[in-house]
Design a protein around this ligand. Structure first.
Ligand SMILES: C[S@@+](CC[C@H](N)C(=O)[O-])C[C@H]1O[C@@H](n2cnc3c(N)ncnc32)[C@H](O)[C@@H]1O
Length: 386
């Protein structure tokens, strides 16, 4: 569990040498955080918090069943106190359980060497997207590849020799990042996951998947397949000499624990009635990142995410007993992240993961029964437990 950044005196999470780390100022234009390299690609038209954005994100007057997490203006001021800004080189201990505000291209120079066991890399895809006032513009292929190559070059010194890296991408971006990854890492697999959301197209197939490239820094890496088994209903229970063959009979049905493949169809993209949901336009499901963290890190290992967004990787690492640190250029996102991390203390469950296994979608009644049998019922995820 991380040190206490969730109390009123949130400053307790800060390193002792506060000359190294200072909190970002709300009034400071984000453009001041941008290096030359990334300034070409991200236009920052405003300062933060932008009152219009805060008002839009606060969703006042919304339905009582809408559980989307946002911050009030008062919370934004308080939670921003727990966000660090780095201006000098820091040690590993300085960044344990820290949210760092600013441009990763600048911050990278101050981060220590070889501290990362697991790198979760969910960069802006090569799409034009507005990240709460920061516009990432779609680039030509070569420019995006060069941008991504720079990200990887900056990250490599931070990775332990035994580190694993997962890189998220949509189908187009996937083709651009692969050559860069192949040059620097052992690329071991491509996971494709079903996004379930998404608009239909009249003259094309509906875009309903994303990729995650699984890479390691060397041949020496950690992978715990038993930690990420999928619990599936058995449709045709096969018996040998009257005994179940590779499945178990349970109170409410027959189940099999299966090895996870590289196609994942058991995920729900966060939506308004899920407590993990925020207004972030590219938020990943906690269940998705929980699989990465459980398979490719051990307890107390260090999980790093240089494009943290609403904080999903940090929340998951916190819930699963890993150390973590994340960077994002958007201050409001980091406040949402902090609020989620604090909430994780009272609600440590991960939707769709329980009793040490991952469950299929729409299996809440069965998950609930299993957790009651195990004596660890977790109702924290609310009614829409998919
Ligand atoms: C795809 S989103 C990450 C979403 C995240 N995984 C989540 O679940 O919420 C990419 C993030 O990168 C951030 N970002 C873009 N450029 C950045 C930069 N130069 N430095 C730090 N963060 C940046 C954006 O603000 C955005 O939140």
């Amino acid at each position: 569990m991380s040190p206490d950044a969730c109390s009123d005196t949130a400053t307790s999470a800060r390193p002792t040498d506060t000359s190294i780390l200072t909190t970002p100022s709300w009034g400071k234009p984000l453009s001041a955080w941008q290096s030359q390299s990334c300034g070409n690609y991200i236009v920052t038209p405003t300062t933060h918090p932008n009152p219009a954005m805060v008002a839009r994100n606060s969703m006042s007057g919304r339905s009582p069943r809408n559980r989307t997490l946002t911050c009030t203006p008062k919370e934004l001021v308080e939670l921003s106190e727990t966000v660090l800004r780095i201006e000098k080189a820091v040690d590993r201990q300085d960044i344990d359980f820290q949210l760092i505000g600013g441009d990763f291209f600048e911050i990278a120079a101050y981060l220590p060497n070889q501290f990362v066991d697991l790198l979760i890399l969910d960069p802006p895809y090569n799409l034009t997207k507005n990240y709460n006032g920061n516009l990432f513009r779609r680039l030509d292929k070569d420019s995006y590849t060069a941008w991504f190559q720079r990200v990887i070059e900056l990250l490599i010194p931070m990775m332990k020799p035994s580190a694993t890296v997962y890189v998220c991408a949509d189908w187009r971006t996937s083709t651009l990042v692969l050559p860069v990854l192949e040059e620097r890492f052992f690329v071991r697999n491509r996971i494709t996951w079903e996004r379930e959301k998404g608009r239909g197209a009249k003259r094309n197939w509906k875009n309903n998947t994303e990729d995650i490239w699984f890479c390691t820094n060397s041949e020496d890496y950690h992978f715990d397949v038993d930690a990420v088994k999928l619990k599936r209903k058995v449709l045709a229970p096969y018996r040998v000499k009257g005994e179940p063959k590779d499945w178990q009979q349970e109170v409410d049905g027959n189940y099999r624990l299966t090895h996870p493949s590289n196609i994942w169809t058991d995920l729900t993209v966060p939506f308004w009635s899920m407590p993990e949901n925020t207004p972030h336009p590219a938020q990943k499901p906690e269940k998705l990142f929980a699989k990465l963290v459980l398979a490719s890190s051990k307890e107390n290992d260090f999980v790093f995410d240089p494009f943290l967004g609403s904080g999903t990787s940090a929340v998951v690492a916190e819930k699963l007993g890993r150390k973590w640190c994340g960077v994002d250029i958007n201050s409001e996102y980091l406040c949402w992240a902090r609020k989620r991390i604090c909430a994780a203390r009272n609600a440590p469950g991960i939707q769709g993961y329980g009793a040490g296994v991952f469950w299929e979608r729409n299996s809440f009644p069965q998950q609930r029964k299993a957790s009651i049998v195990e004596g660890q019922e977790d109702t924290s995820q609310g009614a829409l437990f998919k």
